[in-house]
Design a protein around this ligand. Structure first.
Ligand SMILES: Cc1ncc(COP(=O)(O)O)c(C=O)c1O
Length: 364
């Protein structure tokens, strides 16, 4: 059976061009980038080239790129890197929410479209606020926040601004002019797992999270993941087609063929690869399994909470009932998806929905 992947917000396949860039580094770039001999210097060169590639992608200076192990570590580095009150939102990824749990924090609530109001952020700021952290795009809904406006508000109050850009970079333009800290994750960008970036604006001082050698200019200790960095550098050079025609085709196709299907967050600006649709009377997990049996990988809620019985915190935060949240499916497109795959997915969703509803005790 052919398999089609529509879960790119969970993780992406490693692109062939990235594998091609990675293999020689694994073979020959094994040196420790801190060693002064030739293999060490070769690794150092590969690392610095990767840093330049990521900096070009973000339109910033290579000095502002700190390589980490992934999005979670970058988010944690931003949150724990400051000292004082934090303002964030109730629809952040657990990498932010769990990090903030025992800190002095105010959670700004998203509206019913999954948008965070800059005015509410302003109201949440206190004299001792050190950081405002708001995700650029939400991993479940794809909603895009006005991070430029919120950065300005944070700066007016003397606070730093961090954006979790894991689900935005590569999908929409990123302008870091006013942003102090910005998170990237390699495996959401067609690089392998285990590599990420925290952009740290020049002049911004953050307290490191782990102690050891003076790697990454003292901001992140630990022998650098040179192959990971090289892979992410190559991923930053990939051409990324606009996925909105495919996403719109998928969304419209499903809405046309499946009665009582509603797009969550439809009233907000959204990244072009994501649609989150709720199907009245259907258990999301059952839909994921039904589609998997037909060869399609999709997700119900966030991957990190799949398997848990609790509905997605993002969907309940925007006002959905537990049942509505559990009846929601996230489709996320990426490199490699085609019109033919989308059309096949629409048919599979329609057939699965009809089948599951016939079995449903709650759908009349
Ligand atoms: C918005 C967001 N932030 C952070 C992360 C965590 O990134 P990583 O898996 O690289 O730790 C994810 C991953 O799902 C995410 O979607």
């Amino acid at each position: 059976m052919e398999r089609f992947y529509f879960d790119h917000n969970a993780t992406t396949p490693v692109a062939l061009a990235v594998i091609d860039a990675l293999v020689p580094v694994l073979r020959e770039g094994f040196g420790n980038a801190s060693s002064i001999h030739q293999p060490g210097q070769q690794a150092k060169q590969i690392l610095e080239r990767a840093r330049r590639q990521v900096a070009a992608f973000l339109n910033c200076s290579p000095k502002e790129i700190v390589f980490t192990s992934g999005g979670t570590e970058s988010d944690n580095l931003a949150i724990f890197g400051v000292n004082g009150h934090i303002v964030t939102s109730n629809i952040e990824h657990p990498a932010i929410l769990a990090a903030c749990r025992d800190l002095d924090v105010t959670f700004v609530e998203a509206d019913s479209n999954g948008l965070i109001s800059p005015d509410r952020v302003r109201d949440a700021i206190r004299p001792n606020t050190a950081l405002v952290s708001i995700m650029h795009s939400n991993n479940e809904l794809g909603t895009i926040q006005d991070i430029e406006a919120m950065a300005e508000i944070a700066h007016d109050a003397g606070a730093l601004f961090h954006a979790d850009g894991v689900q935005a970079a590569g999908k929409i333009p990123v302008n870091l002019k006013n942003i102090d800290l910005y998170t990237l994750s390699g495996h959401k960008l067609n690089a392998p797992k285990g590599i990420g970036v925290l952009y740290v604006r020049q002049g911004v001082d953050i307290t490191p999270r782990q102690y050891g050698g003076r790697h990454e200019s003292g901001r992140r200790a630990g022998t650098e993941n040179v192959p990971g960095a090289a892979a992410l550098g190559a991923a930053c050079q990939l051409e990324r087609p606009d996925l909105s025609p495919l996403r719109d085709r998928l969304e419209q196709g499903i809405l046309a063929k499946v009665p009582q299907a509603v797009v969550n967050g439809a009233g907000a600006p959204r990244v072009p690869n994501t649609t989150n649709i709720r199907f009245a009377g259907i258990e999301g997990e059952a839909m994921v399994i039904a589609l998997d049996l037909r060869g399609f990988a999709v997700s119900s809620g966030a991957a990190c909470s799949s398997g848990a019985v609790e509905p997605s915190h993002v969907l309940t935060a925007i006002g959905l009932t537990r049942e509505e949240a559990k009846a929601s499916i996230r489709f996320s497109l990426g490199l490699g998806n085609t019109v033919e795959q989308v059309d096949a997915l629409i048919d599979a969703v329609a057939a699965s929905a009809a089948h599951l509803r016939r079995l449903s005790p709650v759908y009349a």
